[in-house]
Design a protein around this ligand. Structure first.
Ligand code: RIB
Ligand code: CA
Length: 296
């Protein structure tokens, strides 16, 4: 089967770690062209260093391009330490790599790779969408060069950073608005499905026995830190590994930006979409099989 060329745009981040683990491990599925980093779960400088360390931990050679250090308009507030720990990785200590970011910044890397992949590139976005918006603003031809975006973001129900906004949309609602209006097909994997995909130790431990002990131990630490809560970002990328994991409906999605209380809300009109599919149901056993498949 032909590999899918992807870029993962990420703010590692505990669940980002699991997303990157799948992207780095499923070498038969993905041609991981680059990792681009963004702030959100921690400052961009920290998420970039984390991404470099994670790629090194999985013994892969993938460029990491540093992204924006602020949102388009919203103020970048201090990260909520209790969600991802002070180092962004549940305060787990993974081996530090002396690697440095790619010479290109994230938005330029996305454009360069999109050009090379001639319309086949899939963006897996699991962070605020600032880098994608900046790339779209600088490179107007980009929408014709991106096959689709698989996005952990939004919700057809409630948010998590406010009653209305999910973090990856709410932290930079203007960026999300630009992305949804771009015309690039979006598979929106929102909280309405990811919250139904917990990853507790009793599931993870038996399926991960063959995993590298340092990686397995790090993942167990992260699962414990999050008390078995969903690894939201891993659900999104898993839908590219096994397309039967998620059921999608066509929808028209707009992002609220003007109403301050509801800013970052994804307003979803199902069965009336052109460019957006919204995940509405998850097959948990198939998702766990994908996690297990990483561990062989
Ligand atoms: O709302 C969940 C999303 O916000 C995930 O991507 C998590 O890593 C945080 O960035
Ligand atoms: Ca994330």
């Amino acid at each position: 089967m032909k590999k899918i060329p992807i870029i993962i745009d990420t703010d590692p981040g505990i669940d980002d770690f699991f997303c990157l683990a799948l992207g780095l491990s499923y070498e038969d599925v993905f041609d991981l062209k680059a990792v681009t980093t963004m702030g959100g779960n921690n400052y961009t400088e920290v998420t970039t260093a984390n991404a470099i360390d994670i790629v090194h931990l999985f013994k892969k050679e993938v460029p990491v391009a540093m992204g924006a250090e602020s949102y388009l308009k919203e103020v970048f507030e201090e990260p909520v330490w209790q969600h991802h720990g002070h180092n962004g990785l549940a305060d787990a200590q993974i081996p530090h790599c002396a690697g440095t970011p790619d010479p290109l910044r994230a938005w330029d890397k996305i454009a360069q790779v999109a050009e090379e992949c001639a319309g086949e590139l899939v963006l897996v976005t699991v962070a605020p969408l600032t880098n994608i918006a900046l790339a779209l603003q600088k490179y107007p031809q980009l929408p014709s060069q991106i096959r689709k975006i698989v996005m952990m973001g939004g919700s057809t129900e409630a948010g998590n950073i406010t009653p209305y906004a999910e973090a990856n949309i709410g932290h930079d609602a203007w960026a999300a608005d630009i992305v949804f209006r771009s015309g690039i097909p979006v598979d929106m994997v929102g909280l309405n499905v990811t919250l139904k995909c917990p990853l507790p130790r009793e599931i993870f431990d038996p399926i991960s026995i063959k995993l590298d002990p340092v990686i397995r131990g790090t993942m167990q630490t992260m699962i414990d830190f999050r008390k078995g809560e969903p690894m939201h970002d891993a659900v999104a990328i898993a839908s590219l590994i096994d397309e039967k994991i998620l059921e999608f409906l066509p929808a028209d999605v707009t992002v609220e930006t003007e109403n301050e209380e509801r800013r970052g809300q994804t307003v979803v009109k199902e069965n009336s979409g052109v460019n957006t599919r919204v995940a509405v149901k998850a097959d948990l056993p198939r998702y766990y099989d994908v996690i297990a498949g990483m561990c062989h």
